[in-house]
Design a protein around this ligand. Structure first.
Ligand code: NAI
Ligand code: MG
Length: 488
């Protein structure tokens, strides 16, 4: 790789990609965003604001309001008030709003994709082709259920719970907002949503779409802030349900906080998925699956295939092909349409990845990274493969939440299942084999909420998603995703 230009990019040659930037002019950033309460943007009680960055450049994008306990209370009261009306609307009327939101998101899809890439650092190819289309699909899907709830729960009459407090992480900001809001509204609940502190902007743009859709004021309130804001929402006495996606550590705090209250709870937490490659697998396809499993979204994926289990007989071959493959990944400007791997979402997350990889090497792992140029500003981490890893290693047990793959080997199908299950998490798993009986047996025995066979990271709103063990409980997506928002 030639690195002879000032900007650190390789010199253009006949074989290099030309820059293909997605124009960012479509996004009209405001210098400052208030809290979205009762259908309008309002000043925070304290007058405090904080900044959100573009992690690819460290440029400040905007200031967003910091919601204190008083603001949380204001949002919950707005949601409670709106609930009186919203919960009594016929399902077919609620459906119309959800359809309208989905249609408006379709019309503004490019704007959302660019803004998500700016605020999060993920490649435009992913926001354009994955995050935003899946967000839209989710709203359409739950719009479809809103007037058919009696078929979802046959013989029972579901009723909404009330006000749902929803706390989401920074790895799929808009998509997680959709996973939370769409089923809650379809079932007649109202919402107070708290986006993550590093990625609030697409949720605030969604608030604009909710206004455009003329969603009644207070049905969805969006309050920005940090973990303390989230804690106030969890503790608020007039919240009926908490839905949380984020770290297992915070999930445990939330579970303690709601213990002994009438609040209903769903938790979607961390993971350390086993991605199992049997010797009879289609190797080249499996290598693509491995790359997608761990380097998609910089590995900031709760269900990332972060623990590769390769059958011993093919381990050398798979690792060799994998190393060659990741040399071709393009890292850099998230807005460039040819970028495969974008920026790490924040400096603390980058430091966490660096620390865990350091620990891995101290414990004896061997590291492999491609020799690609990295931009000078922003938060970057090379796609990384750690070999010589066993289940005793920290990097095989802890969620790194970055582009770091830990490679282990196994000999028999039994051993693969044992290693896969020898972990406190149970969110997802992947298996590659030519034999249907083998993947069916693996899928039945592995303790994971989602098991992908001969593919990875496939998402669909009709398919439930959620964990076992310390990966949480409750399901999002599919008919199952309605259940956490209803009582009988
Ligand atoms: P986090 O769990 O602290 O943040 C997720 C959301 O929870 C954010 O909106 C945050 O403001 C909120 N929050 C934080 N503390 C809270 C509290 N006490 N009560 C209520 N809400 C609270 O995750 P963070 O700090 O961003 O990342 C730390 C690590 O967590 C990552 O390195 C990664 O390993 C893991 N993580 C896993 C995710 C997953 O989907 N599995 C998502 C995000 C982080
Ligand atoms: Mg940001």
């Amino acid at each position: 790789m030639r690195r002879n230009r000032q900007d650190g990019q390789s010199a253009p040659t006949a074989w290099a990609y030309s820059p293909a930037p997605e124009p960012r002019a479509i996004v009209k950033l405001q210098p400052r965003y208030g809290l979205f309460i009762n259908g309008a943007f309002v000043e925070p009680h304290s007058g405090r604001y904080f900044t959100t960055l573009n992690p690819a450049t460290e440029e400040v994008l905007a200031e967003v309001a910091y919601a204190e306990a008083e603001d949380v209370d204001r949002a919950v009261r707005a949601a409670r008030h709106a609930y009186e009306h919203w919960s009594k609307l016929p399902g077919k009327e609620r459906a119309k709003y959800l359809f309208r939101i989905a249609r408006l998101l379709q019309e503004r899809a490019r704007e959302f994709a660019v803004l998500e890439s700016l605020d999060n650092g993920k490649p435009i190819r992913e926001t354009r082709d994955v995050d935003i289309p899946l967000t839209i699909a989710h709203f359409f899907y739950y719009a479809g259920w809103a007037d058919k709830l009696e078929y979802a729960f046959q013989g029972r009459t579901p009723r909404p719970l009330g006000v749902a407090g929803q706390i989401i992480p920074w790895n799929f900001p808009l998509l997680m907002a959709a996973w939370k809001i769409a089923p809650a509204l379809a079932t007649g609940n109202t919402v107070v949503l708290k986006p993550a502190e590093t990625t609030p902007l697409t949720a605030l743009l969604l608030a604009e779409v909710l206004q455009q859709a003329e969603l009644p004021p207070g049905v969805v309130n969006i309050i920005t802030g940090d973990g303390q804001t989230g804690a106030w929402l969890v503790q608020h006495p007039d919240v009926d349900k908490i839905a949380f996606t984020g770290s297992t550590e915070v999930g445990k705090l939330i579970q303690k906080a709601v213990a002994g209250t009438r609040k209903r709870l769903t938790l979607e937490l961390g993971g350390k998925a086993a991605h199992v490659i049997f010797e009879d697998a289609a190797i080249d396809q499996a290598v693509e699956g491995i790359v997608n499993g761990i380097y998609f979204n910089q590995g900031h994926v709760c269900c990332a295939g972060s623990r590769l289990l390769v059958q011993e007989s093919i381990a050398d071959l798979v690792i060799r092909k994998l190393k060659r493959r990741i040399q071709l990944l393009r890292i850099g400007d998230p807005l460039d349409k040819n970028t495969d791997v974008g920026a790490i979402n924040s400096l603390p997350q980058l430091q966490k990845i660096e620390r865990l990889v350091q620990v891995g090497m101290q414990e004896g792992a061997e590291i492999y990274q491609p020799d690609c140029p990295l931009p000078e500003r922003g938060y970057w981490y090379r796609p990384t493969i750690l070999t010589n890893v066993s289940m005793a290693h920290t990097v095989a047990r802890e969620e790194i939440f970055g582009p770091v793959l830990s490679v282990l080997t196994f000999r028999t199908p039994d051993e693969a299942v044992q290693i896969a299950n020898n972990i406190r998490y149970g969110l997802s798993a992947g298996v590659w084999t030519n034999k249907g009986s083998r993947y069916l047996e693996f899928a039945a025995r592995v303790k994971a909420g989602v098991v992908w066979c001969n593919t990875y990271n496939k998402f669909d709103p009709t398919s439930p998603f959620g964990g076992y063990k310390e990966s949480g409980f409750g399901r999002e997506g599919g008919v199952h995703g309605l259940l956490p928002y209803v009582a009988f």
